[in-house]
Design a binder for this molecule. Structure first.
Ligand SMILES: [Zn+2]
Ligand SMILES: [Zn+2]
Length: 264
């Protein structure tokens, strides 16, 4: 059994065929999904969707244990984030993490609500404190901001648990992340990234998590099309190649890691 620890199943890209996507993933061996929010609105949608499964287990033919929610505000949404209490009010037994949240210093056009560095840091810190308060793991989004993320984490009253989702750092970042007890989320870009071919072998096996970040980051040979959780085995296959082990070992270890971190 595989777990997709990061898929945006509530995004509009799946509006036409969400149930089919879930069923196809199940056929491919993916049995559990964590759906992260990236804003107040999408966090609310993720929680409502998961609650719906829990209260109507027969809807869409899906057993109730399939989907879990994570609530958070992405750095791209910084200026649209009025108050951390609007996130806090959504926490219930179906919410297994806080995030995605973090820092993104990569210059993107087309994200008018992205915050300045200080604004991003404040929003990130508020969500980390929420994770600590509720003893939930945190799903961290980080682009070109590893040192600042470490600084924010180290200034907290205690170190939260969590994952650097879609890990894209270098060998030194691996050491710093591992020293803080965090996990590493690996996505479809592992099938073509030269950097990940170098770094994935350096990541401790017991800290690896599989995630698609669907609908983004499709693995080869589906690059350029909508990503889906059913492609998780392609990521596992590439990791097995890089780690010089069997795909079965990757499946079992990453599932165990996800269960350990998210308690799902
Ligand atoms: Zn992200
Ligand atoms: Zn994401």
């Amino acid at each position: 059994m595989y777990i997709d620890t990061h898929c945006h199943l509530t995004f509009p890209e799946f509006d036409g065929d969400r149930t089919t996507v879930l069923c196809n993933a199940k056929k491919a061996g993916i049995k559990k999904f964590i759906i992260p929010g990236v804003s107040i609105g999408s966090s609310h949608t993720a929680v409502s969707y998961v609650n719906h499964f829990r209260s109507h287990p027969r809807v869409a033919g899906a057993p109730e244990s399939w989907c879990f929610a994570s609530i958070g505000c992405h750095p791209y949404e910084t200026k649209n984030f009025p108050d951390v209490r609007l996130l806090e009010q959504h926490i219930n037994e179906n919410v297994v993490a806080i995030g995605e949240c973090g820092l993104d210093y990569h210059a993107y056009k087309g994200f008018p609500a992205i915050g300045k560095k200080d604004e991003q840091k404040q929003l990130f810190e508020e969500q980390l404190l929420l994770a600590i308060k509720y003893d939930l793991p945190v799903i961290i989004h980080c682009r070109d901001a590893y040192q600042d993320i470490f600084d924010v984490l180290d200034a907290l009253p205690s170190m939260p648990r969590g994952v650097f989702h879609c890990f894209s750092g270098g060998p030194d970042d691996i050491k710093h992340i591992d020293a803080r007890g965090f996990y590493f989320g690996i996505d479809g870009n592992v099938t073509y990234s030269k950097q990940l071919a170098i770094t994935v072998p350096l990541i401790p096996f017991h800290k690896l998590l599989l995630e698609t970040d669907a609908p983004y980051l499709s693995p080869i040979p589906h690059r350029g099309t909508r990503n889906e959780p059913k492609y998780i085995p392609l990521i596992a296959k590439k990791i097995a190649e890089l780690k010089n082990c069997s795909v079965k070992e990757v499946e079992e270890q990453t599932t165990q890691n996800a269960v350990q971190l998210f308690k799902i």
